[in-house]
Each structure stands twice: as structure tokens, then as C-alpha cells.
Design a binder for this molecule. Structure first.
Ligand SMILES: [Zn+2]
Length: 407
């Protein structure tokens, strides 16, 4: 027992040493942004790590290293963007979250074929869960094999189907942004629900990818809690990774710094994870009705496009389906998601996955869901809140599927 205790202690110490401390990192929060500030914020966001999506009329939140803090504060002052320090030192917050997750993992070992909603699962646990689920339900479930990530992890999702030919299909991916840990539990909850209800499988074939960026997701567990991008190195730079949600081949914008959190990559679909999803979406365009990318945070239901506020042809249906979904979420516990055009906040994006699915004509209904934030740092709900989030979001997604297939 004593030896085992020492080994566990060594493992914990070993992983703690490799883990970025975020000591001295601050979180700055602005006053609600004015339209005049938005061009500056768009530019600043290419260099500094804004959390959530900056939005006119709302406060923005940016995480800064000790070196960057004076630069960002000076820029805010120059642009007359008033701001305050919302977290003075992120280090202890990250350490507390990490210790809690470690403790929960030891206290609540994974059960076969049961998704955990009382703690955050690792990529390996989620992948094992998917395989066990498929093995246990061979008549309705199969592995959705999308190939390999850059580091060779399997991009394994799940297909749930009643087996009938000619079914329409719906797609959900979660955690293409590595650090958005609250997203995979939502994808796992969809799998639970569709497995349990044959009527849902009669509606459509369901394709669900719980961890769309497994390299980054794993890295956010082992090395850097706030890792967002993929893990493919950039030639000629020490800065690793591409923002996968800027890497899709629709209005891909090749301008960007390697070190930026929104670096779009060396070419559209330079990232194998994005190419795999893009390939699925384009080759299933005939059956695909709905595409949903699940992100955090902001309590938003966003519809295309990200580069313009110009309405798309079926904007009324997109708003109606999104509003029905938001109403279903609100009915559970009162949380109100806002339904918006992605560019409504005057923060503009190019090469996003939902815009790709819509823009190439594959999915007439295409959305990004930004789930709730939370916790002491504000970015991620504590493990104790996972169940609440999945409980309220599932009825909203079910409503979205029902609406988009009926209209
Ligand atoms: Zn995201």
C-alpha cells in the first residue's frame, strides 16, 4: 500500500511538473463593447487569447500572460475600452480544477458503457466508451471512422441508425476546440438518448463525433489547460497548432500569425481533423439536413455566416429552429440561449465548420452552439455542473433535430 501510494504521488508530481502553471496569468474583462471598439477587438483577438466570442454590447474576456498584460491594458486604454481584472492570478484556479479532476477520476472510476457526467473524461476514456457502446449495440450503432489525427489518434465517432435505406442524417461534433471540455459530455448525452429511443433513430441517421480534436483535447488534459488549437507544428515557428474552426475550406482566410489562437493554418484543410469532417460533410451532402458544432462558451445558438451580417436565404427557418431549441433549453432550468447570426456581434470569422457545412450546400440547417461557461476562472463549468448542462441542452438539440427534419 505504501509503495502504491508513493507511485501515485510520483505520477501526480510528474504530471504536475509537465503541466503549465498559468501562474501570474490574468483574466481581464471589458465593459460592454461599443461598435466603435469592434475593429480594434477583432485585431487584438488575432494576437491575444479572447475567451468566448467578443460581441458588441457585451463584455469581452481575455486571458493574458504577465508579459502581455501591460500591452493589452495599454491597448484597451488607447481605444478607450474600460476594463477590470476579473481574475488576478489564474494559476491557483487552474491548479484547483486540476486537483479536483484528479481526485474525481480516482474516486469515480469509469464504468464500462456508461458515460460519466460527474467528472471530465479523458480522450482515452471517451474512445473506450464509444467502442464499448458500439460493441454492445451492434444492431443500431457502428463506428464512424474518420481516419487519424495529426498525432495518430483515431477520429472515431458513432453512427446510430435504424438501418433503413435513404434516411436523412444529422451531424454533431464536440470539442474541435481542445479546451472546451463541457462539449464532449453533450455529444455523449446525445448518444445515450438516441440509443434509448428508437423513434429518434426513425427520424434520421445520427452521426456524432465527441472529440473532434483529440490531440489538442489530450494536450489540454496533460500539458496546457487552455490549449485551443490542433497540435501540428508550424514550419519555421516554435508556435504549434492551427485553429481548426478557421481551417475549413469555405472563405478560408490565409492571413494569420502562427502564434495566434485563431491561426487559420497553412492552407484550407491543412489539419487532418478538419479535412476528415469536411470530407464527411461534403460526401454526405445528399442526406445531411443538420450540422451542429458544439463549443463553449457564451450561451449562444449561432447560424451562418461568420463573415457577414447579410441574411442567408433560409434565415427565417434557421432562426425559427434555433428559437425553438432555445425555448426548450430555457424550459428546463431557465437558462436563456441567444439565437444569432454568427457575425451579429461584429466579430468576424472565416473558415468555420458550420459555415462550411452550410456554404457548400450540404446542410440547410447549420449551427454553432456555445454552451455555458462557469467555474472560478469563468471558462469552464466545474465537474459538478456537467449534469445540469447536458440535462438542459439535450431537449434543445432534440427540438432542433425535430424542427429541421420537419421543415
Ligand atoms: Zn470553440
Amino acid at each position: 500500500m505504501k509503495l502504491l501510494g508513493s507511485v501515485v504521488l510520483l505520477l501526480v508530481l510528474g504530471s504536475a511538473l509537465a503541466f503549465k502553471s498559468y501562474s501570474g496569468y490574468q483574466v481581464l474583462k471589458t465593459a460592454p463593447l461599443t461598435p466603435a471598439a469592434m475593429p480594434y477587438v477583432n485585431r487584438l483577438s488575432r494576437r491575444f487569447d479572447f475567451w468566448g466570442t467578443p460581441h458588441v454590447g457585451r463584455p469581452a474576456t481575455v486571458m493574458v500572460s504577465p508579459e502581455d498584460a501591460p500591452i493589452v491594458i495599454a491597448a484597451f486604454n488607447r481605444m478607450r475600452i474600460s476594463h477590470e481584472v476579473s481574475v488576478a492570478d489564474l494559476g491557483p484556479e487552474v491548479e484547483r480544477e486540476r486537483a479536483e479532476n484528479e481526485a474525481l477520476r480516482l474516486a469515480l472510476p469509469r464504468k464500462p458503457r456508461v458515460a460519466a457526467y460527474d467528472r471530465y473524461m479523458t480522450f482515452e476514456e471517451i474512445d473506450a466508451h464509444i467502442h464499448e457502446t458500439v460493441d454492445a449495440n451492434p444492431d443500431v450503432a457502428s463506428i464512424l471512422d474518420l481516419g487519424l489525427s495529426y498525432e495518430g489518434r483515431e477520429l472515431h465517432g458513432i453512427k446510430l441508425s435504424n438501418g433503413a435505406a435513404g434516411q436523412k442524417s444529422v451531424w454533431f461534433d464536440c470539442a474541435i476546440h481542445a479546451r472546451e471540455w463541457i462539449a464532449p459530455p453533450v455529444c455523449l448525452r446525445i448518444i445515450d438518448e438516441v440509443l434509448a429511443d428508437p423513434a429518434l433513430r426513425d427520424l434520421a441517421d445520427w452521426y456524432i463525433l465527441p472529440v473532434a480534436n483529440p490531440d489538442g483535447y489530450s494536450y489540454s488534459h496533460t500539458d496546457e489547460r487552455f490549449w485551443r488549437k490542433t497540435r501540428r507544428p508550424n514550419e519555421g515557428s516554435s508556435c504549434v497548432g492551427t485553429d481548426p474552426n478557421r481551417n475549413f475550406d469555405f472563405l478560408w482566410d490565409g492571413v494569420g500569425d502562427f502564434c495566434s489562437e485563431v491561426y487559420p493554418g497553412s492552407s484550407a484543410f491543412s489539419e487532418p481533423e478538419c479535412g476528415a469532417i469536411g470530407n464527411f460533410v461534403s460526401s454526405n451532402a445528399d442526406s445531411l439536413v443538420l450540422y451542429v458544432a458544439v463549443h463553449s462558451y457564451g450561451e449562444l445558438i449561432l447560424y451562418p455566416f461568420g463573415h457577414t451580417v447579410e441574411p442567408v436565404p433560409n434565415v427565417d427557418d434557421l432562426i425559427a429552429a434555433g428559437t425553438a431549441s432555445a425555448d426548450a433549453i430555457e424550459a428546463v432550468g431557465g437558462t436563456r440561449y441567444s439565437v444569432e447570426n454568427s457575425a451579429a456581434g461584429l466579430y468576424f470569422t472565416f473558415g468555420a465548420s458550420d459555415d462550411y457545412a452550410y456554404g457548400i450546400g450540404a446542410a440547410l440547417y447549420s449551427y454553432t452552439y456555445e454552451l455555458s461557461g462557469g467555474g472560478s476562472g469563468g471558462f469552464n463549468p466545474p465537474a459538478s455542473a456537467i449534469q445540469t448542462v447536458v440535462d438542459e441542452v439535450w431537449p434543445g438539440l432534440k427540438t432542433l433535430v425535430e424542427y429541421s427534419l420537419a421543415n
